[in-house]
Every structure is written in C-alpha cells, then in structure tokens.
Design a protein around this ligand. Structure first.
Ligand code: NAP
Ligand code: 8YV
Length: 323
C-alpha cells in the first residue's frame, strides 16, 4: 500500500522526532491543541489511523467513521477506551518494553531522592545556606527498608531487580501470583502494605485500580512508610495521601504521576515530605524516540496488511482489513 495516501490523525505533539517521521511516511492530519470535531467532516472521514497520547474516547472514535487503528504513545493505555475500540473493530496498540528500564531507573532515583531528601539538600546549597550550617541529617534511610511493589509486571520486575541490588527485601501484590519469582506474594494490597514500609506503585490505571492505595493502605504502611508512584495517579487516593503526609500516618512520598495531570494540588506542592516530578519517568530523548518508533512500526505494519507489533489485549482479535 502507498502509505503516503493513508491519512493518520495526530492528537498530541508527544515527540517531535516521531511527528516528523509520521509526516514523512503518512498523510498526517493534526488535531493538536484542538478537539477532533474541529476538523471538517471530510477530513474526519479520511482518517484511517490515529497516533495518540492520553485520552481517546468512544466519542472520538465515532467522530472518525473510517478509523482502523489507534496507536497509543505509552505503555499505559488507560486513557484509551480499548473496550469501545474492540466493539467497533478498531485495533489499539501501545509501546511496552522499550521504556521499561528507563522508568525503573527513574523509580529508584525517586525513591532515593524521597528518602534522602536530595532535591531539598540541593536547594539548601543553591540558596547559599551551606556556609551557615550543613543540611540536616535525614530522618529516613534506604537501609533496612522492606519494599512492596504494587504491579510486578515488566516495570515492577525491573524495579525489583534494582531494589535487590540495593540489598533490600521485596514483596509484591498483583491480582495473580507470578510463578517465575520467589518474592513474597500478597493476594491483598493491605496485607502487602502491613508487611513493608516502602510501597512502590507500578500498576496501570483504569477501573480495576482506581483509589487502590487508600487511607487504610496508607495506615497499614505506617509512620516510617514511604510511597513511590510511577504507575498512574488514579491508583492513589490523592486526598487520603495528602492527609497521611500531613498527619504523619506515613513519612514521605515520591510521585511522578497525579490524579488530574498536569494539575498538582497546591497542598501537595506545599508539603516538605513529598518529592514531585512532572511525569518524566520515560522522558529521555532516546526512550521517547524508541516509543515513537513502536507507534510508527504499528501503523506501518497495519497498513501493509501485517499484524501490529504490540496490540493491547482487548483488541488482539481485531482483524486487519488490509491483510
Ligand atoms: P505490565 O507489564 O502490564 O504490568 C502491570 C502489572 O500490574 C502486572 O503485574 C499486573 O498483574 C498488575 N496489575 C494490573 N492490574 C492490577 C490490579 N487491579 N491490581 C493489582 N495489580 C494489578 O505493565 P508495565 O509495562 O509494567 O507498565 C505498568 C504501568 O506503568 C503502565 O500501565 C503505566 O500506567 C505505568 N507507566 C508509567 C510511566 C511514567 O512515565 N510514569 C511510564 C511507563 C509506564 P496482574 O495482571 O496479575 O494483576
Ligand atoms: C509517557 C507513560 O510519559 O508509557 C506510559 O504509560 O505514562 C509514559 O511513558 C506517556 O505515555 C506519554 O504521554
């Protein structure tokens, strides 16, 4: 197939290199910074593929009557209504594996920063306060920590390997126990939180995890407790977390993801015992380029009549009309 004749809609400027290559390869239409409905009916009818990041709803799909494939930039596709796509015979793909190690690196960086107050101590130096007095001794340490991982999948496992190298113990909670690891399994999240003092969230967003880390789980984590979230903001009840950080129910939190990004509650920003990152876990040039490669490879395979490289589970059975 002449790919240059295939219209692909790009909904967000997720990565400049990827956008440039998409423009070279396909007939690219853009809805960046505007709703899809802002495109004319004729333009919308031409669209056969969509390269998206974040939200993509059933209504968005219905606005594009000839849409065949949604290529999501990111492994977590909780923003895409994959069930609605499957019902409409639309393929959904994501970008697993290529970002796993980068995200795990960031998780460990965030953990160490949170426990040893690296960001705050750098601010102390930059503000010229070191000559007056050294930065305070941190009340928390990584030494002797018992780490629990919520979501021991690709990223969770890469985090576990790093945590092991730091000489810390590991336990985890998934819906299903893994047969390929000997880490202690907890079929219940509260039981995991009770058994550890450091909870790292690497689970996906979506219905099954909304508010999973709630007030009860935070209480079980305890006063030395540290929560790290590089999964999705929706997995943690942010209101309960703010209360727990304020009243000492847990000691500290390191967050890369938030409930309503890019909005971060002022109460969190004001808390000295929270380290906050603007969703940067995969955000190196190389990893973002690799994610973009997967987006393009999925679209190219599809319109060449081949199976997509990384279909999501819900749409794995969707037939390719170009085959
Ligand atoms: P994955 O391999 O699919 O792992 C997900 C893990 O979560 C699995 O072990 C799964 O086990 C577990 N899980 C799923 N639903 C659960 C539930 N309701 N309760 C408990 N455990 C559950 O995915 P991945 O590649 O590791 O990515 C994980 C997530 O990381 C993504 O979905 C995304 O949200 C997030 N992420 C964030 C960034 C960032 O920039 N901060 C970057 C990349 C990824 P079971 O199926 O057995 O429950
Ligand atoms: C990206 C992510 O930052 O892969 C994911 O699930 O959350 C991140 O890698 C995001 O998808 C890009 O918008």
């Amino acid at each position: 197939m002449d790919l240059k004749s295939v219209a692909v809609l790009v909904t967000r400027d997720f990565n400049p290199d990827t956008l440039a290559e998409l423009q070279e390869t396909f007939d690219v239409l853009s809805s960046i910074g505007q709703p899809i409905d802002a495109l004319s009916r004729e333009e919308r009818a031409r669209v056969r593929g969509a390269a998206v990041a974040g939200r993509f709803t059933a209504a968005n799909m219905d606005a594009l009557p000839n849409l065949e494939i949604i290529a999501h930039f990111g492994v977590g596709y909780d923003g895409v209504d994959a069930g609605a796509a499957a019902e409409r015979g639309i393929m959904v793909t994501n970008t697993p594996d290529v970002l796993t190690e980068e995200v795990a690196d960031t998780a460990l960086g965030l953990l160490i920063n949170t426990v040893r107050e690296l960001s705050a101590s750098e601010v102390h130096l930059r503000q010229g306060r070191w000559p007056e007095r050294p930065y305070r001794l941190t009340p928390l340490t990584l030494r002797g920590r018992r780490v629990g991982i919520l979501g021991l999948g690709r990223i969770g496992l890469a985090i576990a390997k790093r945590v092991e190298a730091f000489g810390l113990t590991i336990a985890y909670h998934n819906r299903s126990q893994r047969s390929d690891v000997s880490y202690e399994y907890h079929p219940d999240l509260k039981s995991l939180a009770s058994a550890v003092d450091t909870l790292i969230v690497a689970a996906p967003g979506g219905e099954s995890t909304i508010g999973a880390v709630n007030a009860e789980v935070l209480k079980a984590l305890g006063p030395d407790g540290v929560l790290i979230n590089i999964g999705r903001g929706t997995v943690v009840d942010e209101t309960a977390l703010i209360a727990a950080l304020k009243d000492g129910t847990i000691a500290a939190a390191g967050l890369d993801v938030f409930e309503r990004e890019p909005h971060v509650p002022q109460e969190l920003i004001d808390l000295p015992n929270a380290v906050l990152l603007p969703h940067v876990a995969s955000a190196s040039r190389g990893t973002r380029r690799a994610m973009g490669r997967v987006v393009i490879d999925n679209l190219t395979a599809w319109f060449d009549g081949k199976p997509p490289v990384t279909p999501v589970t819900e749409t794995a059975g969707v037939a390719n009309p170009n085959a």
